[in-house]
Design a protein around this ligand. Structure first.
Ligand code: ADP
Length: 483
């Protein structure tokens, strides 16, 4: 029988040892579906993090010089360990995070896929020999692991967000201090256990839980940490970018989004609704690529709303571990209250609730999947990230108008559009200021493609060949005096 406790680690991994906080204090971790305490994690801070950094720096000396094929084999072992334990890791994920089990199974599978992708990709991390201006010289461009990496991850994809950072870091020969989100630490700690089991040397992977400010502060202050990779809110991302200045660290930032989803009159209506459901309601609307704003062309507006409403009303809400459940609880009460505020604000400005609109009868942090029509640019969700199961529907007339409205935000992560007009597809590609564009698809993340935002949605890419570049430094060597 599947047991979520197989990889339930209630200690931190520092320098190859599983330890508690120096203070002996712990933080409770609760199951959002039931409110029950699953277990505890150490409440670590600056000192423990500095020890993890020291261990990672020490391990870097040898790990950065391991044979390529040793690193590749370790990654393949890690991939297999993830897939061999997919069911128990998924159950652990759902238990701490709330998403339906089928989504958690998918998250573990894509985590493993990232590990395999970077095991393959690192074998092609080529340098260059550049033509020299004179014959007595040879100019070589070589690539090297960037150094010790700090990886800070959020609660909405506690496994795959770490996979995108850990896999390229380990492929490149970097060592890592990972800080999972406090609400969902176990999926991150499980990576520590899996890495230990497949044979990564002590200190290569360290996982620290506790005070975000102190752990983050120690990582940012340390001159030994050469790169920080962060997924989370734009607000914290900006703080980390500022903090990186003193030691001039390399940073990658996957920050917030405000995704538009544009449905043109010529769209396949059923496909658009199907895509809308995935792009809006996956993980209860708690993803940075979730649709925030639906823009629907006037000619198809009413038909789209009717079908969307029907599909939303049919969603099964419940504990994610139960069969058939499509919507779990939200992560916490603050998230519920935020969605309530968005709805109240919209209604006060003329928006109409056509489906849902309130807390779900299950109690706790369950919320009814909701559709609001009559959305306008002065409503809060036009500019702020909803991060919940609320579909806001705007109406538009022309393509130019839709593109301008879609771009009218500080964010630039994901955008979606449904249309059959090939010329328009390329006008959208040129016009939409977004790092990820889904045409006729509401789900486009894949390990082979670079994931990352423009504008205030971040910098750097995860996945694709670009996802490895961030973990490699380039050196140029000029060998002279050859004649
Ligand atoms: P979210 O809205 O996804 O929770 P946050 O930006 O608040 O986004 O959190 C993302 C990650 O950043 C979490 O692991 C959180 O603990 C961590 N974090 C929060 N504040 C800080 C900070 N000041 N320094 C470093 N990490 C932080």
């Amino acid at each position: 029988m599947t047991d979520f406790t197989t990889y339930l680690q209630q200690a931190n991994l520092i320098g190859g040892a599983w330890v508690g906080a120096d203070s002996g204090t712990t933080i409770d971790v609760t199951n959002p579906a039931t409110g029950e305490v699953i277990g505890t994690v150490p409440n670590c801070g600056t000192d423990e993090t500095n020890r993890a950094i020291a261990a990672a720096s020490d391990a870097f000396k040898s790990f950065s010089r391991t044979d390529l094929m040793t690193r590749v084999k370790l990654l393949h072992g890690l991939h297999d360990a993830l897939m061999d334990n997919q069911a128990s890791l998924a159950l652990l994920l759902t238990t701490e995070q709330g998403k339906p089990l089928f989504e958690a199974m998918g998250e573990i599978a894509i985590s493993a896929a990232y590990v395999r992708w970077f095991a393959e990709e690192v074998r092609r991390a080529k340098g260059e020999i550049v033509p020299a201006p004179t014959n007595d010289r040879r100019l070589l461009v070589t690539r090297h692991p960037v150094g010790v990496v700090g990886a800070i991850t959020p609660w909405n994809f506690p496994s795959s967000m770490l996979a995108r950072k850990l896999a390229p870091a380990l492929a490149a020969g970097c060592t890592v201090i990972a800080k999972p989100a406090t609400a969902t630490p176990y999926s991150g700690l499980a990576w520590g256990k899996l890495c230990e089991e497949v044979g990564y040397p002590a200190g290569v992977v360290n996982v620290v839980t506790g005070s975000a400010r102190q752990i983050g502060g120690a990582i940012m202050d340390s001159p030994d940490v050469r790169k920080v990779t962060f997924t989370g809110s734009t607000e914290i991302g900006k703080t980390l970018i500022r903090q990186s200045a003193d030691t001039v660290k390399k940073v990658s930032m996957e920050l917030g989004g405000n995704a538009p989803f544009i449905v043109f009159d010529d769209a396949d209506l059923d496909a658009a609704v199907q895509g809308a459901m995935i792009a809006k309601f996956r993980n209860m609307g708690q993803t940075c690529v979730c649709t925030n704003r639906f823009y629907v062309q006037a000619g198809i507006h009413d038909a789209f709303v009717e079908k969307l409403k029907e599909a939303v009303a049919a969603l099964v809400v419940g504990n994610g571990i139960e069969d058939g459940v499509q919507q779990g609880p939200m992560i916490d009460m603050a998230a519920v209250e935020k969605v309530e505020e968005f709805i109240a604000d919209a209604v006060s400005k003329g928006g109409k609730i056509v489906e849902g609109g309130k807390r779900h009868g299950n109690g706790g942090t369950y919320f009814e999947p909701t559709v609001v029509t009559g959305a306008t640019a002065d409503m809060a969700f036009a500019t702020e990230e909803i991060f919940g199961p609320l579909a806001a529907v705007f109406s538009f007339d022309t393509e130019e108008e839709a593109i301008a409205a879609a771009n009218d935000t500080d964010f630039g992560l994901a955008a979606y559009a449904y249309t059959k007009d090939v010329g328009r597809v390329f006008r959208l590609n040129d016009g939409l200021q977004y790092g990820l564009i889904g045409i006729n698809s509401g789900l486009i993340t894949t390990v082979e493609a670079p994931f990352g935002g423009l504008k205030e949605s971040g910098m750097g890419k995860e996945g694709g060949s670009q996802g490895l570049d961030d973990y490699l430094s380039t050196k140029y060597v000029c060998v002279a005096g050859l004649l």
